[in-house]
Design a protein around this ligand. Structure first.
Ligand SMILES: NC(=O)c1ccc[n+]([C@@H]2O[C@H](COP(=O)([O-])OP(=O)(O)OC[C@H]3O[C@@H](n4cnc5c(N)ncnc54)[C@H](O)[C@@H]3O)[C@@H](O)[C@H]2O)c1
Length: 433
């Protein structure tokens, strides 16, 4: 029997950033609950997990194992630097056709972004003016807390989850003096240390203090620092991050195990892609791209580990490129060239050309991360939610203790299934399904 508190009442989903990913996510949820679209790609809506073994085995959808919030109970809110409401944003981003937006227009126009906690130095290519006037970083955070409280009260929400689906900020390297202890982080916020305190940290801090799980969908350092782990522990709130695992990295974390499992060698992996949405525009700035690059590069190193197999994986050349190319808008095209070697070192090549749609791949992840973080909070789980690594490019892990992240897609899936089983009152297991 599951002892997780039931998902009763409304679930407020507050999204930072009301761009391509968020408007596609919201439109899809609103359309799905009217029965006008299918939430394809969402594990919480489609996947079935085996519980029990042998003759007892049953395959159940997640919400028959644990209580998961119903789509009908979701209420959306957002913050953005630009004032466009969710309907205007969905139209402007050109991800979805008008016929897939119009039926929920009435609901989308009501999602009007609150003023953003923003600092131009963190995303130089953005110049919207729907921005908070904050005295310092502490005040910025207090204003976000106020927003969360007001939204919760006005909409009669029982619970809130905060999801970052805003632009990638410039790279903030972890600084032991500021980011390792909560007291230091708070002091830096009060001292208005703009260099070390990104706006995203103000959102995360505010969410956790207001008793809301926080999910980082971009590669920003934000909650990937010991001070935030301390805050999550203090507030008993789940955190998850970072960076939605959607296109090229999903392929990489699913394909690299083929090479590793068959003990083939790797001499190089070159990934490049073109995209033309606002995300691509922000990532065209080298300081913002650096954040993404660090995240994308980390995937391979923990799957094909040189120390474990020096003959096969020493010194492979791994490169990731993103090129801003407006004509493609949200329809990203990715190319992977993989140089492998086999028996007696003979070289071979593999080419993967993925013509994907960025926001179409990200939207179901938003839904799953939100619903599963809400579940984790109800189950009393707090701190980094490793079972959500399945959805993330650069899963958080305790690097101060040299913990190695799990990037292998199928190992991540086992972690996901076992967490759901355990929350549902079933034993974790690794039997083959
Ligand atoms: N789509 C994918 O496949 C994918 C995968 C992994 C990560 N991501 C990340 O998801 C994020 C969203 O992607 P997108 O395509 O929707 O981008 P987008 O540019 O369309 O939307 C981002 C929005 O965030 C807003 N914003 C920026 N800083 C803000 C702040 N401090 N507060 C509030 N709003 C802010 C911008 O004004 C913009 O409207 C990006 O960081 C992207 O890197 C996307």
């Amino acid at each position: 029997m599951s002892n997780v508190a039931k998902a009763e009442g409304k679930l407020g989903v507050l999204v930072v950033g009301l761009g391509a990913v968020s408007s596609t996510f919201m439109t899809g949820v609103l359309m799905a609950r009217k029965g006008l679209a299918k939430p394809v790609g969402s594990m919480t809506q489609y996947d079935k997990i085996r519980v029990g073994q042998g003759e007892e085995a049953k395959y159940l959808p997640y919400n028959e194992i644990v209580s998961i919030a119903d789509l009908k109970d979701i209420v959306f809110g957002a913050w953005d630097v630009y004032p466009a409401n969710a309907y205007e944003s969905a139209i402007n981003c050109e991800v979805l056709k008008e016929k897939d937006i119009e039926p929920v227009k009435d609901e989308l126009v009501k999602i009007v972004p609150m003023k953003a906690a923003f600092d131009h130095n963190y995303a130089a290519r953005l110049d919207g003016d729907n921005v908070k006037d904050a005295k310092d970083r502490w005040d910025m955070m207090e204003q976000i807390r106020e927003d969360i409280r007001r939204f919760k009260a006005e909409n009669g929400c029982a619970r809130i989850v905060v999801l970052w689906a805003a632009s990638t900020e410039v790279y903030v390297p972890v600084n032991e003096k500021i980011h390792y202890h909560l007291a230091d982080l708070e002091a830096a916020m009060k001292a208005d240390d703009k260099e070390h305190i990104a706006p995203s940290m103000c959102y995360a801090y505010a969410a956790l203090k207001e008793g809301a799980p926080f999910i980082m969908g971009a590669p920003n350092t934000t909650v990937d620092i010991p001070a935030m782990w301390e805050l999550a522990e203090q507030t008993k709130m789940p955190i998850a991050g970072k960076d939605f695992k959607t296109g090229q990295t999903l392929v990489k974390s699913g394909f690299a195990p083929i090479i590793g499992t068959r003990c083939l060698g790797l001499s190089g992996w070159f990934s490049t892609n073109i995209l033309g949405n606002r995300d691509g525009l922000v990532l065209d700035e080298p300081a913002n791209f650096r954040t993404k690059e660090v995240s994308k590069l980390s995937t391979l190193e923990s799957i094909l580990v040189p120390e474990n197999q020096p003959d096969l994986y020493t010194n492979y050349y791994h490169k990731v490129r993103i090129n801003y190319y407006p004509p493609r808008n949200d329809n990203k095209e990715g190319w992977d060239n993989i140089d492998i070697f086999g028996w007696m070192g003979y070289p071979m090549q593999i080419k993967i050309n993925f013509l994907c749609r960025d926001s179409i791949l990200a939207a179901p992840l938003c839904l799953d991360l939100v619903l599963l973080s809400d579940l984790a909070a109800r189950a009393g789980r707090f701190g980094t939610q490793r079972f959500l690594s399945f959805f993330l490019k650069s899963p958080m892990h305790d690097y101060t203790k040299n913990e190695v992240p799990v990037n292998h897609l199928f190992q991540q899936y086992v972690m996901l299934k076992n967490a759901i089983r355990e929350m549902g009152g079933y034993p974790a297991d690794e039997a083959i399904d």
